[in-house]
Ligand binder design. Structure first.
Ligand code: ASP
Length: 311
């Protein structure tokens, strides 16, 4: 098993959506994403586990108010922020997550704690209890920008609410990280503030295996319209295709061809156990970036309906 040292790989995303302008443009987004790669990739090089690298990457992305997770999460229809996050350790094939949690800085920390708990996915009430038990400080993730967006939408009686876009106008939602460590172990983490303006109690794909999944063979994190991701069971589907013997490239091609045919709106980042990196999308934009050990790259200028694949 995992004793031989291999070249670690890291892929991150800051969501999918229909435009980059609201995030400050390509260069600003690229800078934010590369900063995370520059901090997390060296940890993998120094021997950090895939799980620890994923958690650290998720924390950094959650803390960046540009992205819709943690600080800067979008606001739901009732004016509240509810966040969801999950973590999957592919090596031991174990999923954990927290759904619709409020008043915490890094929802991924709850998912991390739950990895070793008997009860591994908690909803709102249980997550709030856990926050109290862990004595995590109370934190308000609301930013002025998100509050302003919500107030503007409220003036229009939420007419624009989620019409085919994810967390727009200001956000393309969700963050995610997948990593392969030097021991050959894979992990995936995903965290989100949801779609924005959604019904109270709506559950995001980000804390489901449909949106975040890994085995010893592949790891995938998804972003985009959660209902579409659930309908395709996207992350689990890609990972299982690889686990059953398809190459990552073929698994992505097949899964995204199906998604195109059904007019889905989403994107996914992935790594397989051989170190291959793959990113796909049906959305206009996927804010993805990767470090393959030699260089960094990104998906910011990738055309719609295409895949990026690095063997
Ligand atoms: N998938 C997330 C959700 O539906 C949103 C996103 O990725 O932008 O909650």
């Amino acid at each position: 098993m995992a004793s031989q040292q291999i070249q670690p790989k890291l892929v991150i995303h800051g969501g999918a959506g229909s435009c980059l302008q609201s995030k400050g443009g390509i260069e600003i987004v690229r800078k934010s994403l590369y900063k995370v790669l520059e901090e997390v990739y060296p940890l993998l090089k120094d021997g950090a586990s895939a799980v620890d690298a994923v958690v650290r990457g998720c924390q950094l992305l959650e803390d960046d108010p540009r992205f819709n997770a943690g600080t800067g999460s979008v606001v739901q229809s009732d004016g509240q922020i509810r966040m969801s996050a999950s973590l999957m350790d592919g090596f031991v094939q174990r999923f954990s997550g927290a759904i619709n949690v409020s008043r915490v800085q890094n929802p991924i920390e709850l998912a991390k704690f739950l990895q070793t708990s008997d009860d591994r996915v908690l909803s709102d009430y249980g997550s709030a209890e856990l926050l109290r038990e862990l004595q995590l400080p109370i934190y308000d993730p609301m930013t002025d920008l998100r509050l302003h967006e919500w107030m503007e939408e409220r003036k229009g009686n939420f007419n624009k609410a989620m019409a085919g876009v994810v967390a727009e106008p200001a956000g393309v939602g969700t963050i995610g990280v997948v990593a392969l460590d030097a021991q050959g172990r894979l992990a995936a983490g995903t965290s989100t503030g949801g779609k924005g303006f959604e019904r109270i109690g709506r559950v995001s794909d980000s804390a489901m295996p449909a949106g975040n999944y890994a085995t010893a063979n592949a790891a995938v994190s998804c972003t985009g319209i959660g209902e579409h991701i659930m309908d395709e069971c996207l992350a689990a589907k890609i990972v299982i295709r690889v686990t059953d013997g398809l190459s990552l490239k073929a698994a992505l091609e097949r899964s995204f061809a199906e998604a195109e045919a059904r007019q889905r709106d989403f994107g996914a980042i992935s790594i397989d156990a051989s170190g291959a990196i793959g990113c796909g999308k049906t959305s206009d934009v996927l804010l993805g970036a990767f470090h393959n050990g030699i260089q960094m790259g990104d998906t910011l200028e990738m055309s719609k309906g295409t895949l990026i694949f690095i063997a």
